[in-house]
Write a new protein. Structure first.
Length: 339
C-alpha cells in the first residue's frame, strides 16, 4: 500500500486539481493507496476542500492542526497516521507532478529505500534557484551524500525509513541524509517541475538562514550523534594544548629573565600572549567538559538502541514458518517493495 502525505497550508485552489491528477494516475496503474492531507493551520478554506474531497473519495484522509506548526510536523503527523508500506511526500501547490509516482515506485522495487526528486529544470525565481544550488553543494560536502536537489518536496521512502526517522524543526529536507546515515540506500530521480498556478510561495529569505543552522545540526548528528566527545574533545584538546604551550613559553621566559638572569628582566603580565593563552586554555577545558556532559546524555538515553539499524534477522528463536526469500540487495521487508 502506498501512503501519499500532502502537507497543506493555504492551498484551497490547488487541492481539487491535485486530487484529480493523483486519482487519474493511481487508477490508471491500479495502485492501492491512501491520500493523507495534513492541514498545517491554514487560514483559508483548505480544510473545507479536504472535507469535500474525502466525502467523494474514501481513500482520502485528513488531519488538521490547531495552528501552523511547520512542514516537518505535518509530515511527522502524516507518517504516524499512514498505513502504507511505502510513504510518499508531495507538496500541495501543483508544482510536483503526480505522474512521477509509478517511476518512483519502480525505483523502490529495485531495492532502494529512499528516492529523492531532482528538479532538473526548476521553475522558480533566480534568487531561490542559485542559493539552493549552493545549499545542496554544502549538504553534500558536510554529510557526504551528494544529491542535486535535497530541497525537492517529492520524496518516496519505505516504511522502515518512516519508522526510524524523527523529524522536527525543518529536518524534512534532510530525510535522505538522515536515512543514508543509518545505512539505507538512497537515490534520486529527475522530475518534472511545474510552475505555480495558484497562491504564493511560503518560504522567504529566513528559510536559508534556518536551513544553514539545520545543516550544522544534521552534520553533527550524523557524524558525532553517538560520540559527541570525538568532536568537542578534539576541539577542546587543540585549544587546551595551544594555551598550555603559550603558558609554558611565558613561564620559561620568566625563569630566564628573573631567576637565571640570562635575559634582561621584564614583566610578562602585560604581554598579549598571556591573555590569549589563558583564554585558549579555558576554552579547551570547557569544550572537553561539554563533551563529557554530552556523552553522559547520550549514554543515559539508550545509546545502544539508537546507534544502529537492523535490516533483517535470521534464527532469532521465533517458531513461525519461514517467509518468502527477500529480493537481493534490498535488505528490507517484502512489504516495503510492494506498491
Amino acid at each position: 500500500m502506498l501512503s501519499i502525505i500532502i502537507p497543506t497550508f493555504n492551498e484551497e485552489e490547488s487541492l481539487p486539481e491535485l486530487h484529480r491528477q493523483i486519482d487519474v494516475v493511481t487508477k490508471e496503474h491500479d495502485l492501492d493507496c491512501e491520500l493523507i492531507f495534513v492541514d498545517d493551520g491554514s487560514t483559508d478554506g483548505s480544510w473545507a476542500v479536504v472535507q469535500e474531497i474525502s466525502r467523494q473519495d474514501s481513500r482520502v484522509r485528513g488531519l488538521r492542526f490547531r495552528r501552523n506548526f511547520g512542514k516537518a510536523a505535518a509530515l511527522t503527523a502524516g507518517m504516524r497516521a499512514a498505513n502504507g508500506d511505502i510513504v510518499m511526500m508531495m507538496d500541495a501547490d501543483l508544482q510536483d507532478d503526480p505522474a512521477e509516482i509509478p517511476t518512483f515506485l519502480a525505483k523502490i522495487k529495485e531495492g532502494y529505500d529512499v528516492v529523492n526528486g531532482w528538479k532538473v529544470r526548476r521553475l522558480d525565481p533566480w534568487h531561490k534557484v542559485y542559493p539552493s544550488k549552493v545549499f545542496n553543494g554544502m549538504i553534500g560536502w558536510i554529510t557526504g551524500l551528494k544529491l542535486h536537489d535535497h530541497n525537492c518536496g517529492l520524496k518516496m521512502f519505505t516504511r522502515d525509513v518512516a519508522d526510524e526517522l524523527s523529524l522536527y524543526g525543518e529536518m524534512h529536507r534532510f530525510i535522505p541524509v538522515l536515512a543514508h546515515s543509518r545505512g539505507f540506500r538512497v537515490t534520486e530521480l529527475p522530475v518534472h517541475h511545474r510552475p505555480r498556478e495558484h497562491g504564493y510561495s511560503k518560504y522567504g529569505v529566513r528559510r536559508f538562514l534556518r536551513g544553514f543552522l539545520d545543516l550544522l545540526t544534521v552534520g553533527f548528528l550524523t557524524g558525532f550523534g553517538q560520540r559527541p566527545q570525538h568532536m568537542l574533545g578534539a576541539f577542546g584538546l587543540a585549544f587546551f594544548g595551544l594555551g598550555m604551550l603559550g603558558l609554558m613559553y611565558l613561564s620559561l621566559l620568566w625563569i630566564l629573565m628573573n631567576v637565571l638572569g640570562v635575559m634582561e628582566p621584564a614583566p610578562i603580565g602585560t604581554r598579549p600572549l598571556l591573555a590569549y593563552s589563558m583564554a585558549a586554555t579555558l576554552l579547551g577545558f570547557q569544550a572537553i567538559s561539554l563533551g563529557l556532559l554530552a556523552e553522559l546524555i547520550v549514554a543515559n538515553t539508550h545509546r545502544e538502541a539508537d546507534a544502529f539499524s537492523i535490516a533483517e534477522t535470521l534464527n532469532d528463536g521465533e517458531t513461525e514458518e519461514p517467509s518468502e526469500p527477500r529480493p537481493s540487495g534490498s535488505g528490507r521487508s517484502d512489504a516495503s517493495n510492494n506498491s
